[in-house]
Design a protein around this ligand. Structure first.
Ligand code: PLP
Length: 427
């Protein structure tokens, strides 16, 4: 069912069939590259689910959203800006008889402008707080909503990605469903969906617990429920000793829960999945140029022109990304390996790509590199560019997609004017 992971070797001259060095020369570095075919494959992997709803926060470039739409997925939006992006990429907000809503707003609050936009376009809302039911109900009496339920436990690849349990701010506490139904009744709002997303990096042991919690919640709400969503969190392997989750098994557990729910309600219930990372992680890589190679006592450092402003995951979660060398001259001859620490240009000691959770700097065996060579940080398509920032007044990278052997610029590198847009120096 699952297409194989692209091999990441320590020397890599190509990505998605394209030579890297000429791309780096043409578009400059740091540079994000996306392999569109791989995103389509990952959507295809999930075809057993009725609806694949892409959590666009993982990578929300308009061109990527457009290709996700063309591949048959719909989209999740967590903010005003993400709703606007989805509209701009051609998703239609409302579903019709046999099509799911093209856009669902999933959040724990409405800021005022999101609420206006949701009301204006009739966008379906997945409520993560009881207050949202009142706020929407006042503006759009008779609305249909989904409730995002925190089942009382969670799971995540790091504490920061655990989205269930008492410590989590996400969702409606599982014991407050009755209160939510009262609020909904007051405004003539109907609860048509139940959603659970307990964290990123879900494993199968937790899954049957989540399915049971889903069944209990639907039983409390009753026959108005027509859709359940298993949320996101499908893991992808970042290290060579990690593997994909057994998707077949994952689907079967949810499908069985859905069937029990359908039987008890007496009508067919739609099963959605809401992946972010799974669709785009391996499709993207960050290309950076080595700008310094220096020794500090016993340690060798490769310093790049990309930092945690470009790819925040290692500094934020201690995440591991595969790293390959792409020689400047395009040659693929073997080079001897050395242990190197890979860092960026920012004035922060935490600006290190080879670190573990807790900020422990570590080295990685990598081919000997020279200034001017490129390093490729793999599995960077999810939460890569999307989390990038202008910290240290760095302009954000260009983004390029590779599709059917063609190279297409999908976001220009930022300029100084972009950086200071909106800033004013008063008289
Ligand atoms: C972040 C998020 C997702 C996607 O999580 P992944 O781990 O990228 O699959 C899905 N649903 C919700 C509500 C999210 O907040």
């Amino acid at each position: 069912m699952i297409a194989p992971v692209p091999e990441f070797t320590t020397i890599q001259t190509h990505f998605a069939g394209q030579e890297i060095a000429p791309l780096a020369a043409r578009f400059g570095t740091p540079l994000y590259l996306y392999d569109v075919g791989r995103i389509a494959q990952r959507i295809e992997d999930l075809a057993a689910f009725d609806v694949v709803r892409y959590a666009q926060k993982a990578c929300s470039n308009l061109a990527i959203l457009d290709r996700v739409r063309r591949a048959g997925a719909v989209v999740d939006a967590v903010s005003f800006g993400e709703i606007r992006r989805a509209l701009a990429a051609g998703f239609s907000p409302r579903g019709d008889d046999d099509r799911p809503a093209g856009i669902v707003y999933t959040a724990d609050i409405f800021d005022r402008e999101s609420l206006d936009l949701v009301v204006e376009h009739g966008i379906h809302v997945n409520c993560g707080s009881p207050d949202m039911i009142d706020q929407l109900g006042e503006r759009r009496p008779g609305a249909e909503v989904t409730l995002r339920i925190n089942p009382g436990f969670g799971h995540g690849h790091s504490q920061k990605t655990n989205t269930g349990g008492e410590q989590s701010k996400h969702g409606i506490w599982h014991e407050q469903v009755d209160d939510c139904l009262l609020r909904a009744d007051r405004h003539g709002v109907t609860v048509t969906g139940v959603h659970m997303h307990i964290g990123s990096g879900t494993d199968l042991e937790h899954l049957s617990q989540v399915c049971q919690a889903m069944e209990r919640t639907v039983a409390t709400i009753g026959r108005t429920v027509t859709t359940i969503s298993s949320g996101g969190g499908l893991p992808v392997p970042y290290k060579s000793d990690e593997s994909f989750i057994d998707l077949q098994r994952y689907f079967e557990l949810w499908d069985a829960a859905r069937n029990r729910i359908s039987d008890s309600l007496g009508h067919r219930v739609t099963l959605e999945i809401e992946p972010g990372r799974y669709l785009v992680a391996e499709a993207g890589c960050l290309v950076a140029e080595v700008r310094a190679v220096k020794r500090m006592g016993g340690n060798l450092f490769y310093l790049l022109d990309a930092g945690f402003n470009d790819l925040a995951r290692p500094a934020m979660y201690g995440s591991h990304h595969p790293i390959a060398l792409s020689p400047r001259d395009g040659s693929d001859h073997d080079r001897p390996e050395v242990d190197a620490i890979v860092g960026g240009p920012l004035c922060e000691s935490g600006d290190i790509f080879t670190q573990q959770e807790g900020g422990f700097v570590c080295s990685r065996p990598l081919p000997i590199a020279q200034v001017g060579d490129y390093l490729l940080l793999g599995n960077a398509g999810a939460y890569g560019f999307a989390m990038s920032s202008n910290y240290n007044s760095k302009t954000r990278a260009a983004e390029v997609m590779i599709e059917d052997g063609q190279v297409k610029l999908i976001r220009s590198r930022e300029t100084f004017d972009d950086l200071v847009r909106g800033e004013l120096i008063p008289e």
